[in-house]
Write a protein that binds this ligand. Structure first.
Ligand code: ATP
Ligand code: MG
Length: 289
């Protein structure tokens, strides 16, 4: 269902490293229309041949992306299929949010308002996907790209784009799933076939936690066995100092999927947080990180 992109229209640029199952490059797509040539900055995601068995799922993710369009979803230009499968997507200038937050951690210019705005845009996007019965399944700050920084002095908000979900967790091994704790919902680690709409709500909670903790989650560096135990014991991430925010995260990260809130309810809560007097709180993180 996606647009097929001819390899000769792509100019390859620098490598941006690796994704879970991909090699990532910058590039330029050159199109000719009425004898005029246009150049577009693109991001090229090449499925690593080691993971050839995930090809179908990788293309499925691309096909879902090409069926929908939303201002906060990364635009997929198309797929280039040859010996490799290559997703050609919009290049988002400021890159992933986890790296951005880590860079800003000291002397932070990022306000609570800014973070809540990012969270709200993400909640809107996930609510849109929910209405379309699409489960993302891979929500984390790494997959939130920043297309505009915003400026708190002028009140201009940031602008995010949620990246494609990539290879579905439903085809992954237990080992790969464990690696995604705490973003992946506990029901999916038990049995990836139990991926439901509410699983995105859990991931949203973990992502919200990450946003308020400078783009890192301590749990993510634990040994696999410790991660599995964390879920088995039904533990929670360290509680944030800001009670109302901590409560919201807690509701999203409920071990019982059907008790998690809808994205509409989450948006309402975020709006309440935005209008609350959080400016009085000095440090909104857990404090001991
Ligand atoms: P996963 O399926 O787990 O999300 P992936 O293949 O999408 O894996 P990522 O780890 O999400 O790979 O992305 C790798 C890096 O590529 C990011 O850290 C970021 O630097 C860059 N990147 C990804 N998408 C874009 C984009 N659309 N614009 C700019 N940079 C991007
Ligand atoms: Mg990604």
């Amino acid at each position: 269902t996606f647009q097929n992109i001819r390899p000769e229209t792509i100019i390859w640029g620098e490598s941006l490293g690796q994704g879970s199952f991909t090699k990532i490059f910058r590039g330029i797509k050159r199109d000719i229309d009425n004898e005029e040539s246009y150049e577009t900055d693109v991001l090229l995601k090449v499925l690593d041949i080691t993971y050839r068995n995930f090809n179908e799922s990788f293309l499925e993710a691309a096909s879902v992306m090409s069926l929908i369009s939303h201002k906060h979803l990364v635009l997929l230009h198309g797929i280039c299929v040859g010996t490799d499968s290559i997703m050609v997507q919009e290049y988002v200038k400021l890159g992933p949010l986890d790296i951005y937050l880590k860079k800003q951690k000291d002397g932070s210019r990022i306000t609570a308002r800014w973070k809540l705005e990012v969270a709200k845009q993400l909640a809107y996007t996930l609510s849109f996907l929910r209405d379309k019965n699409i489960i993302h399944g891979n929500v984390s700050t790494k997959n939130i790209l920043l297309s505009r920084e915003g400026d708190s002095s002028t009140g201009s908000p940031p602008f995010i784009k949620l990246s494609d979900s990539g290879v579905s967790i439903t085809v992954m091994t237990k080992e790969l799933l464990t690696d995604r704790i705490p973003w992946v919902a506990p029901e999916c680690v038990r049995d990836p076939r139990s991926l439901v709409q509410e699983s995105d709500c859990w991931s949203f909670g973990a992502t919200l936690w990450e946003i308020f903790n400078g783009g890192s989650i301590p749990l993510s560096v634990l040994e696999p066995t410790a991660k599995v135990k964390f879920y088995q014991d039904q533990l929670q991430l360290p509680i944030l100092k800001w009670t109302e925010l901590a409560n919201l995260i807690n509701c999203c990260m409920n071990y019982r999927p059907f008790l998690r809130p809808s994205f509409r309810a989450i948006i309402r809560d975020l709006n309440n947080l935005i209008t609350s007097d959080y400016e009085l709180l000095v440090d909104l993180s857990t404090g001991d990180l």
